[in-house]
Design a protein around this ligand. Structure first.
Ligand SMILES: Cc1cc2nc3c(=O)[nH]c(=O)nc-3n(C[C@H](O)[C@H](O)[C@H](O)COP(=O)(O)O)c2cc1C
Ligand SMILES: [Fe+2]
Ligand SMILES: [Fe+2]
Length: 404
């Protein structure tokens, strides 16, 4: 029944859209949904590249069967073992018991550990080639993008790169899967949000993988989430290159926590200073309102960051503390930083922000502002100065760094 979309010669999309799940990894909101992409290559031997989340297993099987018209699957290539892609492996095995599962040594050990599957598997080495007949699949290991077993599969015949999560994005595929047939604008921020939250810690391994890919002559990227990239391949690779170098654009993100508006007023004033110094992209996030996945998306996108917090039980406001942990975990580099805070009887927030930036080793504005109770004229001026100073740092030309 299903008319699967053809990507290129003998290659079909059999992935699914998930419009039900509220939070990816039970943490990251999915306002535009997510797709789990899987692909079939029909040759003398038939290969399936990755599977989908088990919640969509039924429809996935139907799509595969529609395409095979009675033939059986010979191979399942596993590029990544995270369960949003490996979840339907046991189901596939039930339908196709003679199927051989292809993976590297780490993949096969996870396959056994997660699902108890240890028969009819074939371990491949980095650079090894598997022939399906006309199509020749070449395996490229890309460890830690973003798990240890992650690899990519390149079809030499069609120049398609099956990249796993790399180059993926949140957002369902509405009516079509090819970037050539859709308005791609809605995916750029969702790609950065995906990168920042899921891959963000692994800048160095992503750079290594990109380096490795310079020897692979791919023309189409089939990742496991979001559109198939044909027209926008270079844009997508550029986004990954910039993100993994932690190379933000000219712009300043101001994140603050505030219970009664005192710190918020400081944030507004700092923003005014940033704008006065000629920065057009000024993005203010109330940490209690904006989802942290969006805040991280913007922190990856822009190179200026200013954080403000009231003192709360002799600590930072907990929501701000939680965001700082998320930044620390990702080891975000090269940000131009500023900070401010408030208190009523004994300040602690500004002190904590100064130790935070020491661990991040970011360049920091000389001014920081700490106000006791309501914002007064001298600190109003200091907030403007703080904004202007960070803006000036952000506006300095960036020296492009080689790999991190
Ligand atoms: C639950 C709670 C805990 C607080 N703990 C401290 C504290 O330990 N030390 C302090 O000087 N002020 C403390 N304060 C006062 C706030 O830090 C201060 O009033 C601040 O300016 C509030 O800013 P906001 O309106 O942006 O939240 C606390 C306030 C609340 C509501
Ligand atoms: Fe993943
Ligand atoms: Fe994934």
């Amino acid at each position: 029944m299903f008319q699967n979309q053809q990507i290129t010669k003998d290659t079909f999309y059999v992935g699914v859209n998930d419009r039900q799940k509220n939070k990816f990894e039970n943490m990251i909101p999915l306002p535009c949904g997510v797709s789990y992409n899987s692909y079939l290559i029909i040759d003398q031997k038939i290969a399936l590249i990755d599977t989908v989340d088990i919640s969509m297993g039924d429809i996935f099987i139907d799509k595969i069967q529609s395409q095979l018209e009675g033939r059986v699957l010979d191979y399942l290539v596993i590029n990544h073992m995270e369960p949003d892609h490996s979840g339907s492996i046991r189901l596939i095995r039930k339908y196709y018991p003679d199927l051989v599962i292809i993976g590297n040594s780490k993949t096969l050990s996870m396959l056994d550990g997660f699902y108890g599957v240890d028969t009819l598997t074939k371990e491949i080495k980095d650079g090894e080639i598997l022939s399906l007949g006309t199509h020749k699949l070449e395996f490229h290991f890309t460890p830690m993008v973003h798990w240890p077993e992650t690899m990519m599969t390149y079809d030499q015949t069609t120049k398609v790169l099956f990249s796993g999560d790399a180059f993926g994005s949140f957002g369902t595929l509405d009516g079509t899967v090819m970037d050539t047939n859709l308005n791609v604008e809605r995916y750029w921020d969702e790609m950065i949000r995906y990168y920042a939250n899921i891959v963000g810690k692994y800048g160095a391994p992503v750079q290594k993988a990109l380096q490795k890919l310079t020897n692979v002559d791919f023309e189409i990227i089939c990742s496991t989430h979001g559109p198939v990239w044909k027209e926008y391949v270079s844009e997508v690779v550029d986004i990954y290159d910039q993100m993994s170098r932690y190379e933000g654009k000219e712009g300043v993100v101001i994140v603050y926590g505030s219970m009664y508006g005192f710190t918020e007023l400081m944030a507004e004033t700092v923003a005014q200073g940033v704008s006065q110094a000629g920065i057009k992209d000024v993005i203010i996030h109330n940490v209690s309102k904006s989802d942290s996945s969006v805040i991280l998306q913007d922190i990856f996108k822009y190179r200026g960051l200013i954080v403000g917090s009231p003192t709360y039980s002799n600590e930072l406001y907990p929501e701000v503390e939680s965001l700082l942990r998320k930044i620390e975990i990702r080891g975000i580099k090269n940000r131009m930083f500023g900070y401010f805070g408030s208190f009523t009887w004994a300040g602690a927030s500004v002190k904590r922000l100064s130790t935070f930036v020491e661990t991040m080793k970011w360049e920091t504005a000389e001014i920081s502002v700490e106000e006791k109770q309501g914002l007064k004229a001298d600190n109003y001026q200091a907030c403007l100065d703080l904004g202007r100073q960070v803006a000036k740092m952000v506006k300095r030309p960036v020296v492009k760094k080689e790999h991190c």
